[in-house]
Design a protein around this ligand. Structure first.
Ligand code: C5P
Length: 399
């Protein structure tokens, strides 16, 4: 925890008093902590308490002092190694999920380049309201880490889920987060993600349903464990958040191949997660292809270059290569064939047989097949957790 830079952001909830205990634990272990309070949170815990404990000024307003200086939320957001929002009230969670930037906490959250943890605290009915559930899920799809509420007695006197996790538990999660982080420090990783689009004419293309979510989750996980990540992304509508991710946007299989090959040598780890088109039109029509009076249209296709196969061929002994396989039949046999043919270190087999797994879903069910003959099967889980499993297994294999 020593010298780790943490923003502790406190929103208005009775659990705010517990944030003072968390702050004390963090500072005691050597972390440098800057505190942000929402305007109403000041009613629950005083800036004086928090500035004394953190040995830093406490930030709450956009305007810092009477000289008209402003609190630079961008600086705060880029300064931190981790932002912890505890307690995160229903109101703050909703603003985070929707980008409603009417206070310094949200402005900093939107500017943050580091991972974000949030610990909800609210009454039980607020917690189970569909609106809150949707917002919490949405934050998780942004890559924010949920430290879930606990069941117990609530400030209202009612009993149920909504109590903020105890300061010791949040502290333990933060400590663990930084411990896990260390393992890929100094390593470089390259990840492909999303589909490729192969142009037919100026307005049409051949594509596929890959959302890019799995590849992006892997890139975020590698980065949060300390790796410098090059993310070669096909055309997808997702944002990467970690400051250690350098994103290269491409469209076609050929562009993706070039981007990977240009960067491959400097990388220790390559995870080829993209759903690359296997075929591309031989000729791209200069003008929009007009409808003809005959029955059909034949578009001649040629094979694209197999990126994974190529990196498998040229990889050096210090490089670890992971491929993916999405099979509809003879899943395992086909994946094992791929593992061998592409000279990968392991193949992640996505099940098409399981409801909720694969393309477009937020969850996935995988089996890892290693070139050592080992086979690891996992349950259906959110892609973020699947990414955690895959990266953990890469780290185990590197050892
Ligand atoms: O052979 P198949 O396309 O089923 O193999 C899937 C694996 O190969 C994935 O890891 C995918 O990212 C990679 N691949 C590639 N370049 C291609 C085709 C597939 O990197 N042109």
């Amino acid at each position: 925890m020593k010298n780790k830079k943490i923003i502790l952001a406190i929103s208005a909830s009775i659990a705010a008093y517990k944030a003072a205990f968390l702050l004390r634990l963090l500072v005691k272990e050597g972390a440098e902590v800057k505190v942000i309070l929402t305007p109403t949170a000041k009613e629950f815990v005083t800036p004086l308490t928090l500035s004394t404990l953190s040995k830093n000024p406490v930030f709450s307003d956009f305007v810092l002092n009477q000289n008209g200086e402003w609190t630079n939320h961008v600086d705060l957001g880029t300064w931190a190694d981790l932002m912890v929002i505890a307690p995160a009230s229903a109101n703050t969670i909703s603003k985070m999920a929707n980008g409603i930037c009417d206070n310094l906490l949200i402005a900093t959250y939107l500017s943050a380049k580091c991972p974000v943890m949030f610990a909800p605290a609210m009454d039980l009915d607020m917690y189970i309201h569909p609106s809150t559930s949707i917002n919490i899920n949405k934050l998780q799809t942004f890559g924010n880490i949920l430290i879930d509420s606990k069941e117990g007695e609530l400030a209202s006197g009612l009993y149920g889920k909504g109590r903020m996790a105890e300061p010791e538990e949040i502290f333990y999660k933060i400590e663990n987060f930084f411990k896990i982080n260390q393992s890929l420090l100094g390593k470089n990783a390259i990840v492909t993600a999303g589909p490729t689009f192969e142009n037919i004419d100026p307005v049409r293309f051949i594509g596929n349903f890959s959302s890019g979510k799995m590849g992006f989750a892997i890139a975020e996980e590698l980065a949060s464990r300390g790796a410098n990540v090059t993310l070669v992304a096909g055309p997808v509508d997702i944002k990467n958040t970690h400051k250690n991710i350098n994103r290269i946007n491409v469209r076609s299989a050929e562009q993706m191949f070039d981007a990977v090959i240009n960067h491959f040598e400097e990388n220790d780890i390559a995870v080829m997660c993209a759903a690359v088109a296997d075929y591309t039109p031989i000729n791209v029509a200069e003008n929009k292809i007009k409808k003809q009076n005959d029955d059909g249209l034949i578009i001649e296709l040629k094979k694209t270059k197999d990126i994974l196969k190529h990196v498998g061929l040229i990889k050096k002994s210090y490089q670890f290569v992971v491929g993916f396989a999405l099979e509809t039949n003879d899943e395992e046999a086909n994946a094992l064939k791929k593992l061998k043919e592409k000279n990968a270190d392991f193949i992640v087999l996505n099940s098409m047989q399981t409801e909720g797994a694969g393309f477009k879903h937020d969850t996935n069910k995988i089996t890892i097949l290693k070139n050592t003959g080992e086979k690891l099967e996992y349950n259906l889980k959110p892609k973020k957790e699947v990414a955690f499993d895959i990266v953990s297994e890469i780290i185990n294999s590197l050892k």
